[in-house]
Design a protein around this ligand. Sequence first.
Ligand code: F1P
Length: 337
Amino acid sequence: ILRQPTTWENTIRSLDGERERIKAFFGETAFREVIFTGCGTSYYLSIVAAYHFQEQTGISAKAVPASDIMLHPQSVITKLPTLVIGASRSGDTSELVKALHEVQKRGLARCLTVTGNPEGRSARLADCPVILPHIREKSVVMTGSFTSMLLTLQMIATWISEDKTHLQELHQLPRLGEKGLLEAERLARNLGEDLRFDHIVYLGLGAYFGLACEGMLKMKEMTQVFCEAFNPLEFRHGPISVIRERCRVFLLSQLSTRLYERDLVKDLSRYGADVVVLGEELGDFSVDHKLEFPPGLSDRSRALLYMPFLQLTAYYRTLRMGLNPDRPRNLNPVVVL
Ligand code: F1P
């Protein structure tokens, strides 16, 4: 978890050499839609990537779990020509491999895959494989591979849209990530070691919903505590009824939704939740805990910086519970159907 800023730097460096090949691949076809896909962590990063890709390039984009494409390719792929972008650390997760196989057999889409495994089937099936060998992890739980595959997809979006400002912001992330790590770790340890909370909620809107899901998944996999992820405004429409003293809520704040966040946070505190807010310029939030990031980055670029902290809170809770954070119950490194 802690070496992620270095991993991001390596990702940016290794992608530099791939830029022209990947841009040329996009240049060959005027895709009407791009579908981001994967399973588990790799699906959650697809949610973030699809939002960002569409915002940046103007090309229609959506995220679906790989199993949806595997089982219902024709319902999912409706705008031809389509590009399917698959993410997979292992490169061998069954649903993704079968989904890629299915769309290629039926001639429904071209495929680009991002993976840590050059020998994996997802790399071999792709028209345009993007290999990041340095993201391979020993742990069953994905951490640096999540952020590095996401960074890769964000970089690709900036190349396609020729958005130099955003590209420069992405280049700053290794430095900013390193700078904030000490404080993130200190707070994560304090929160993680506090076992009073037995229900944890992660709130994120739009692209940040993917981050909220991933925060939830880390906590669930490592500690098996009950957790959920919601869009913060959706949370008001019923789910908020479950809030009580033993709930902790993480709000992944963004400047674009700030107007609505303050009232929500007030309600959450009033109903008894322990509230943690992550974001920039949090001065006028009155909550139990804050993790503040330096101002100046767009919501899009800041996204990645939230993850080490969320991963660390799960990690420290696991240690306090006496469990092995690398070996979650009932989970294998590669899910095979
Ligand atoms: C996806 C995944 C992970 C999960 C576990 C098993 O893997 O389902 O989300 O945490 O590691 O694999 P991959 O397709 O990215 O290799």
